[in-house]
Design a protein around this ligand. Structure first.
Ligand code: ADP
Length: 423
């Protein structure tokens, strides 16, 4: 068949579907924002049919919302008055013009409610948009330039475009919804972090007072304590310090997620840092602590306070979950990073729990009867802190066979990427 013949069929009706199909595919292939896509779509309809103005209305939940208008600013409509017509459109499933409504006997019962609709939209034709048999919205077009009517050929063309558009519209809407969802998630995160920061601050001030006075009492500056009093005050101190640790971790996490945790990066050796920690770790007398870091272990770049925090958390856990055996720290150069391994011969972690231990507030043994104290925030914070330094934190473990926590820290100066982490 010659191209001219094919064109002829449509040319008779006044439309060149081939060239319109090409233009549509260009429109669909453009990476547009949803609003730009809707605008281009309206422009396409108006150009193809010679219409002056158009409006796109999409269904959102139970409502129909005007999403874009061409040459019609801030368009709104009274949906309640249009519901009967929209309900009818769901069944009719085809474009309908104002002229058809007024002149064809089959639309006699629809006339009054249909007119309400056409008047509100100042439209001459309404084209329903269906996605998988469901009415997803509609496009209305105003009168044509030169006031020509929307003939059957025009309505066929509208129908054809609407069918082509459906899939693309679905994709665009999904993009739109996920972006909208993301904005909501970001706002909720921001609010959560704000609440945590404010509450933690309110808790921290009195807590620091409790710790200070409990320390004074424990040091017997105000007079000697009997053994029972000593025991009690030590338990107050322990509890308050644990609470302070959790609060500090929560505040740091909130700061990290909102990109407000500044890093003071410098180059330093890990050996003295780990040595300074060993006194603070809760090792049982049956657990040996081995540190295989030397002066030859390359110096890393990082924030000393936060790198100390990472080591403290992972070593604290290793000590806590290793009632007997050993805990060992080793490190080796891997490309531009130093890979640190904290291995223990403790209780280990089941395979299905390995991914979860880095989630906020997750504890493998989280019931009320749990054997080990903890809050489940430590590893979440450590992982984010390592990532803030451009590194990775992961674990290999099996129940009864101990655990090996690995993390990498940079050997070269780093650029901090807060925003990526918060995502
Ligand atoms: P927690 O304060 O509860 O220790 P973390 O975030 O530090 O919180 O750890 C989360 C969970 O991971 C812990 O509750 C524990 O079940 C598990 N875990 C962490 N380190 C070890 C380890 N070295 N050996 C066994 N289990 C561990």
């Amino acid at each position: 068949m010659r191209g001219g013949e094919k064109l002829g069929i449509f040319a008779k009706k006044g439309y060149d579907y081939d060239s319109l199909a090409k233009k549509l595919s260009v429109l669909f292939s453009k990476k547009n924002s949803p609003n730009n896509f809707y605008l281009s779509l309206l422009q396409f309809f108006c150009d193809a049919l010679g219409s002056q103005r158009g409006t796109l209305v999409l269904k959102e939940g139970e409502r129909f919302i005007p999403r874009q208008s061409l040459k019609e600013e801030n368009f709104s409509f009274r949906m309640e008055e249009c519901i009967p017509f929209i309900e009818w459109l769901k069944k009719y499933k085809e474009p309908i013009s104002r002229q058809q409504l007024l002149s064809e006997p089959k639309f006699a019962t629809l006339k009054k409610m249909g007119l309400h609709f056409f008047i509100q939209f100042q439209a001459e034709i309404c084209i329903p948009l269906f996605i998988e048999e469901r009415l997803a919205g509609f496009i209305t077009l105003s009168s044509k330039q030169e006031g020509k009517p929307y003939t059957e050929a025009c309505r066929n063309l509208c129908n054809w475009i609407a069918v082509q558009v459906a899939l693309s519209l679905q994709n665009t809407r999904m993009m739109d919804e996920s972006r909208y969802h993301q904005v909501e998630v970001d706002a909720a995160k921001e609010l959560k972090n704000q609440i945590i920061s404010n509450l933690s601050h309110e808790f921290k001030t009195p807590l620091t007072g409790v710790i200070g006075f409990a320390e004074l009492l424990a040091e017997e500056i105000d007079g000697p304590l009997n053994p029972e009093q000593k025991n009690h005050i030590e338990r107050v101190l322990e509890g308050a310090q644990r609470l302070l640790k959790v609060l500090t971790a929560l505040v740091d996490l909130a700061k990290l997620e909102t990109g407000h945790l500044p890093l003071n990066v410098q180059q330093f050796h890990l050996e003295p840092l780990v040595a300074s920690l060993s006194e603070e770790l809760p090792f049982s007398s049956d657990t040996a602590f081995k540190v295989s870091l030397t002066g030859d272990t390359p110096r890393i770049y990082g924030d000393l306070t936060h790198v100390r925090q990472i080591f403290k958390q992972i070593l604290d856990n290793a000590a806590k979950y290793t009632p007997q055996g050993f805990v060992e720290v080793t490190a080796g150069k891997k490309g531009e990073m130093l890979e640190v391994c904290v291995a223990d011969s403790g209780i280990g972690i089941a395979e299905d729990k390995l991914g979860k231990i880095f989630e906020n507030f997750y504890q493998v043994d989280g019931g009320l009867s749990r054997r080990f104290e903890g809050s489940g925030v430590g590893l979440t914070l450590s992982k984010k802190l390592v990532e803030l330094h451009g590194g990775r934190l992961w674990v290999e473990s099996a129940p009864g066979l101990g655990s090996r926590f690995f993390f990498t820290l940079p050997l070269k100066p780093i650029v901090i990427k807060h925003r990526e982490l918060a995502a």
